[in-house]
Write a protein that binds this ligand. Structure first.
Ligand SMILES: [Zn+2]
Length: 305
């Protein structure tokens, strides 16, 4: 049995096929159609059907989406690709493919991928977050994704930043609240917070390059960002005490995060010492599609007992 995973992103849709050992047998990607649910659905079906006919073996299928399925209705919610909201993506795929399909959040896919054979492999529990355009998290315990009745486990980005200081900007969030930590920890957040602090409006990558070249103002911008990230992760440690924290997304590529954040978070963690490792994701941008593949396989085992 092969394991197919699909990562449905805002701009591209990718499929991967893994064998039981995690070896990659096939990988394809297509642009994600804009603003049409039917076009997105047909795009996924053509990727799956082409891979299935090429590999000519039965498969499990998992799908990572920028959103979640409502437990009440089974329909898509919380998706920033808004034409998916309210659609029966799981049901439509299962009817067309005549087999079970498992769908979860893209941050859950990162967590499962990294827990299975990435930076969290061998740790009993893994909290993994995508800190990129937004901030979404996932929680894996002993190899299994944890999910709750609201399908929002790990949605830490929409909590307010803890231990807030006067210099921390309070920015409006697309979720309808303001001051969500996503709005200042994400790549976009680095830009907006730095604009408040310095009056300069430039992308996070420009600040990072300047800091790495030794620019004092940029180093200050990044240090304050890392201090805020340390507070936000200290709150996670206090609540869940994961055995490892894994970062994905654009902010995970900032090398200084892994030195500075663990030096700072002790101040807010309710423990005499903090030994939690903070690691960069091993599979990077591939974690979404790899995690989706592992997820489909897990669900197949549980449904067949
Ligand atoms: Zn929010």
């Amino acid at each position: 049995m092969l394991q197919f995973g699909i990562d449905l992103g805002g701009t591209k849709t990718e499929i991967i096929a893994l064998d039981q050992s995690g070896k990659e047998l096939l990988r394809r990607r297509k642009p994600t159609p804009r603003d049409s649910y039917d076009a997105i659905l047909n795009n996924i079906l053509s990727l799956v059907n082409d891979a299935a006919s090429e590999l000519a073996q039965s498969y499990t299928l998992g799908l990572g989406i920028p959103g979640a399925l409502s437990y009440q209705t089974g329909l898509v919610k919380n998706a920033n690709t808004t034409c998916l909201i309210g659609e029966d993506l799981k049901g439509d795929l299962e009817r067309a493919l005549k087999q079970p399909v498992v769908i979860t959040n893209d941050a859950d896919c990162l967590a499962l991928s990294e827990a299975t054979d990435g930076a969290g492999a061998g740790f009993p529990s893994v909290f993994a977050v995508i800190v990129g355009t937004g901030c979404g998290g996932g929680w894996v315990v002993r190899g299994s994704l944890v999910s709750g009745p609201n399908a929002i486990t790990g949605e830490w980005g929409h909590n307010p930043l803890p231990w807030r200081e006067d210099s921390d900007a309070v920015l409006n969030c697309y979720c309808g609240l303001s001051g969500c930590q996503e709005t200042i920890l994400s790549g976009t957040g680095i830009r907006l917070q730095a604009r408040e602090e310095t009056g300069k409006d430039q992308p996070a990558e420009v600040w990072v390059a300047a800091a790495e070249a030794g620019d004092e103002e940029a180093k200050g911008v990044l240090f304050r960002h890392h201090r805020r990230l340390a507070k936000a992760l200290a709150a996670v440690i206090n609540l869940m005490d994961p055995h490892v924290i894994v970062l994905g997304g654009g902010v995970s590529n900032i090398a200084s995060v892994y030195d500075v954040v663990p030096q700072l978070w002790q101040e807010w963690v309710f423990s005499d010492s903090v030994i939690t490792p903070l690691k960069k994701s091993v599979h990077g941008d591939s974690s979404g599609v790899r995690g989706a593949a592992w997820l489909g396989a897990q669900a197949d085992y549980s449904s067949t007992g």
